[in-house]
Write a protein of this length. Structure first.
Length: 354
């Protein structure tokens, strides 16, 4: 006679009794799985799974195991229900991620994921309706690339005689030259960016590929946009303020105090060493772009995308660009950036006789 056992689901989701299920993963195994998943992905899947289980509770559906029909119903709901934050239904990209979160939750619980063919048919129809209606949600949102001209405009808005101005300049230039994500930038310590006779040899932990890259960053030909000199200026200013080790990018308040303590309701919060968060680093980019009067959508990813765009335009090899920035070989994201860059320079209409 078969026995039932309780299976665990990610991030404190509800437990259910499933016949013939294998024993749940141990805490150590769960931690090992989590360690192999990007933090941002894990958080997004956790939120998506929580929303799905809450919907199941309200509507009387079973979240785990769930059926293909339930996933179809859920996706249909997402295409018509306004989100609390935006007042608009979910975007196709968000729905696609929600489907992936449901499948991932089943796999983590050692349960065969439901078929999502029907749900994806609904999603394709939703994309088509949005496109026909000229709805901006039909197009993927892309950060503007911080190409050199935009980067110079952003740098011109900074007072580089101040500590915070030096920090922001170093963050913009090092982020661009290393093609680092903001989460990778803020993880850098002063010891990770030693200066040599040729430039900086940055040891960057690339979160997506789960590996360190030794990224060579040469001296720039222009003093104002040289990442090596910008990092040196920040390092010197930090040393004058008494900081010679620890995080490279730290909190600085409006009085120029480095790593000031933060307290909420009497409880200390934030990194004790003052390390900047990825969100705060992204805001540095956004503020500088706004101050420079640049149009479009700007984010921390603008630096990474700007590097790929400019490097391609300069004629550098695709593989060399990818490995410098920590993209996996054949990365679809990188290819997408380069397609945007090449659509004018290598336009196939050119030379066709028009």
């Amino acid at each position: 006679m078969s026995q039932s056992s309780e299976v665990a689901v990610p991030d404190n989701g509800p437990s259910v009794v499933v016949s013939n299920a294998s024993p749940p993963l141990s805490a150590a195994a769960r931690e090992a799985l989590d360690a192999g998943t990007a933090d941002s992905t894990r958080r997004a899947y956790s939120n998506d799974w929580a929303e799905f289980t809450a919907w199941c509770t309200r509507t009387g559906h079973h979240p785990l195991p769930t059926s293909p029909e339930t996933v179809v119903e859920y996706v249909t709901t997402l295409t018509t229900t306004p989100r609390p934050k935006t007042g608009r239904p979910y975007s196709p990209r968000s729905i696609d991620r929600a489907i992936a979160a449901i499948r991932t939750a089943h796999s983590a619980a050692n349960i065969t994921p439901p078929s999502t063919k029907g749900a994806r048919v609904v999603l394709r129809g939703y994309r088509d309706r949005l496109a026909r209606a000229k709805n901006p949600a039909a197009k993927p949102r892309k950060a503007q690339p911080a190409v050199p001209s935009a980067l110079r405009a952003m740098l011109d808005t900074l007072d580089r005689e101040t500590l915070i101005g030096r920090r922001d300049a170093a963050l913009l230039l090092l982020g661009y030259a290393s093609a680092a994500r903001v989460s990778e930038l803020v993880a850098l310590d002063l010891a990770d960016v030693p200066e040599t006779e040729h430039g900086i040899e940055a040891s960057v932990y690339r979160r997506k590929i789960k590996a360190f890259t030794d990224t060579a960053i040469p001296y720039g030909s222009n003093l104002a946009t040289c990442p090596v000199r910008a990092v040196r200026a920040l390092r010197e200013a930090m040393a004058e303020a008494g900081r010679e080790d620890g995080p490279l990018f730290v909190r600085i308040d409006r009085h120029g105090r480095m790593a000031p303590p933060m307290v909420r309701r009497g409880v200390p919060i934030g990194d004790p060493a003052g390390r900047l968060t990825a969100q705060a680093a992204a805001q540095v980019v956004e503020r500088a772009a706004e101050a420079a009067g640049l149009e479009g959508q700007w984010s921390g990813h603008s630096l990474r995308r700007g590097f790929a765009t400019a490097a391609r335009k300069a004629g550098h090899d695709l593989v060399r660009i990818g490995r410098h920035g920590g993209w996996a070989d054949g990365s679809r994201a990188l290819l997408g950036y380069l397609e945007d860059s090449d659509r004018w320079e290598e336009n196939p209409v050119a030379g066709t006789g028009l």
